[in-house]
Design a binder for this molecule. Structure first.
Ligand code: SF4
Ligand code: FES
Length: 252
């Protein structure tokens, strides 16, 4: 298969970027999108040209590193991360646009690489429990109803990729923050800090410059972990409880 790539090239955060046309030729249909970029890069290096900068780690939809916008869609066609997109999804001879995530709080570092450390800073504000874990407790020592465990695990599937903010017209990170708050606040171990966590993570999200949710559902549509937008409702409820608790002096 052959493809006409229109790739975003940008030398650094401070220089303007532009689309560059690059041909990807003799690509097998079972090649992954990132493998196709590897092949293109090997050819660019052989020709003495600058390879395309892009990020990857696990290449199996786990780490959330491969932050690409393919034909205008964060994470590309289908459900899953960009590393799980295969070239058979495209037509032979197709023109494919490849860009980095577009969100003010994810500044472009080079070509297709963005700085997503804003999400790490939001996690540091409350995405943890302060309990000393000690040794592994007996599995039945803390009983959790199955529907609650299921909801917590569905939210825990978030891989922190940033596609939700990149897809949202408001650059809202509320699907990500809602996933973390829902995961931790539903479980008994996370409940002592539930209100403080929601309040601290929302404040950190605002400080990073992410917008608010106005119910476009674009985040849910592109999320590779199929996180439901219902986590945003849980986030809003826990955030309001945190604000009220702080106002009446019930928490610091
Ligand atoms: S909620 Fe989905 S889209 Fe957002 S960071 Fe988590 S996995 Fe990525
Ligand atoms: S490289 Fe890890 S999710 Fe894509």
């Amino acid at each position: 298969m052959n493809f006409h790539l229109r790739l975003w090239r940008q030398k650094s955060a401070d220089t303007p970027g532009r689309f560059e046309g690059i041909e990807a030729t003799n690509i097998t249909p079972d090649c992954s999108f990132l493998e196709m970029l590897d092949i293109v890069n090997n050819r660019l290096i052989t020709d003495g040209k600058e390879p395309i900068a892009f990020e990857s780690d696990c290449r199996e939809g786990i780490c959330g590193t491969c932050s690409l916008v393919i034909n205008g869609v964060p994470q590309g066609p289908g459900r899953g991360a960009a590393c799980q997109v295969y070239m058979r999804k495209f037509k032979d001879g197709e023109t494919i646009f490849v860009e980095p995530f577009r969100a003010g709080s994810f500044p472009i570092l080079k070509d297709l690489v963005v700085n997503r450390s804003a999400y790490e800073r939001i996690m540091r504000a409350g995405g943890f429990i302060s309990e000393h874990t000690g040794g592994a407790p007996d599995a039945s020592a803390i009983l959790i109803p199955k529907p609650v465990a299921d909801k917590a695990m569905d939210a825990a599937a978030c891989i922190g990729c940033g596609a939700c903010a990149a897809a949202c017209p408001n650059s809202s990170a509320m699907l990500f923050v809602g996933a973390k708050v829902t995961h931790l606040n539903l479980l008994p171990q996370g409940q002592p800090e539930a209100k403080k966590r929601a309040r601290a993570m929302v404040r950190a999200m605002d400080e990073e410059g992410f917008g608010n949710c106005s119910n476009y559902y674009a985040c849910e549509a592109v999320c590779p972990a199929s996180v439901s937008a219902s986590v945003i409702a849980k986030l809003n409820r826990d955030y309001i409880k945190g604000e009220v608790s702080e106002a009446v002096g019930a928490i610091d």
